[in-house]
Design a binder for this molecule. Structure first.
Ligand code: SAM
Ligand code: SF4
Length: 338
């Protein structure tokens, strides 16, 4: 089998698939509160077209998929898509990243369809603050979603928590304790400058060195977890000594993990993105119906994949070598907790 290796000898085994840019929340680090415009249904890849792309990807050794968005569960029929993708030879694991609001009633059906694991976004354990960050929806629905996922066997369950200066940094201790008390894997994620005005990002960006400082201040001892729970990805993992779960740090800005990048992204309208940060993307549409053209597209993605994303240069005020994407995170599929 031909492997997908780029110019830096990185082997690619993982595809993140965004199935919609729509969402039932408006998280302040991801979208504006008002005025978002979304793609028409006709602009989205159909589930059969997504399966066609995955079929080629699997032929190159891509074995892990993540379904994301926007909010993937607002698109009807996600369980059907998962069943279709799971039946493709070579696909070993499918996970889903969701805000959890619609997960409660769907968790069992998703598991039955072949979903292996979920990442659920949770930035606060306080209901009023949830409304401040997500601007819509309800925390209790997300907590119900987490419980339903655990009952359905969609673990290990990872919670994606974007750390925001002056917004939720006072909850680090609460999240650390949660990871000790329950078999939940909290993934603290650095706020990334994607789809934002620069000043707004700088005001709320917080490096994840804050986590260790807070654990020390609270007297919580922790130990590194070299293996971590299944599907480790770019997270650096720890456990509160004796804890039931774990916590991890995903610091794409202060300490990027590009050297071990093993992933490609497919946007909802069908663009293959070699790197989440830069503008370069390749439409799969002209290649639909031609396995040969689709294979060539994946190989081209390997040829143009950049070495790293240079978000730290932005933080330092230095020039960048490429053009950053104009997409919002909801139009890319996000990061976190693979
Ligand atoms: N709607 C789903 C959700 O929120 O889990 C899936 C899509 S969302 C874009 C995927 C992940 O990206 C979420 O965990 C979210 O917290 C994270 N994310 C969004 N904007 C971000 C940003 N500017 N910096 C860091 N993470 C971000
Ligand atoms: Fe929606 Fe996820 Fe973006 Fe929040 S992070 S607005 S839930 S896509």
């Amino acid at each position: 089998m031909t492997e997908l290796k780029d110019r830096y000898d990185r082997k690619h085994t993982y595809l993140r698939i965004s199935v919609t840019d729509r969402c039932n929340l408006r998280c302040l680090y991801c979208m504006p509160e008002e005025g978002m415009t979304f793609m028409d249904q006709e602009s989205l890849l159909t589930y059969d077209q997504i399966a066609e792309v995955v079929d080629t990807a699997a032929g190159f050794g891509i074995s892990k998929l993540r379904i994301t968005g926007g909010e993937p569960l607002v698109r009807p029929g996600i369980a059907g898509l998962i069943a279709k993708l799971k039946s493709i030879r070579g696909i070993e694991e499918i996970s889903l990243t969701t805000n959890g609001l619609l997960l409660g009633p769907q968790a069992a059906a998703l598991k039955l369809a072949g979903l292996d694991r979920v990442n659920i976004s949770l930035d606060t354990l306080d209901s009023a603050r949830f409304r401040f960050i997500a601007r819509r929806g309800r925390l209790d629905k997300v907590l119900e979603g987490i419980e339903a996922a655990a009952e359905a066997g969609l673990g290990p369950i990872k919670l994606n928590c974007v750390l925001l200066k002056g917004v939720n940094e006072d909850e680090i201790g609460r999240f650390l304790r949660l990871s000790a008390e329950k078999p939940l894997h909290v993934r603290f994620i650095e706020y990334m400058p994607i789809g934002h005005d620069d000043a707004g990002w700088r005001d709320h960006y917080l490096p994840l060195t804050r986590i260790a400082e807070e654990a020390d201040r609270l007297g919580l001892s922790y130990e590194p977890l070299p293996e971590g729970p299944a599907g480790n990805g770019p997270s650096e993992n720890y456990r509160i000594v004796g804890g039931a779960g774990s916590f991890g740090l995903i610091h794409p800005v202060s300490n990027h993990f590009c050297a071990s990048c093993n992933r490609l992204r497919l946007t909802a309208e069908g663009d293959l993105k070699p790197c989440l940060y830069w503008v370069d993307e390749l439409s799969v549409r002209p290649a639909l119906g031609s396995p040969e053209a689709m294979r060539e597209l994946f190989m081209k993605a390997m040829r143009i994949k950049p070495e790293n994303h240079e978000m730290a240069a932005l933080l330092a005020g230095d020039a960048q070598s490429h053009v950053p994407t104009g997409r919002r995170m909801s139009q890319i599929g996000g990061v976190g907790g693979e």
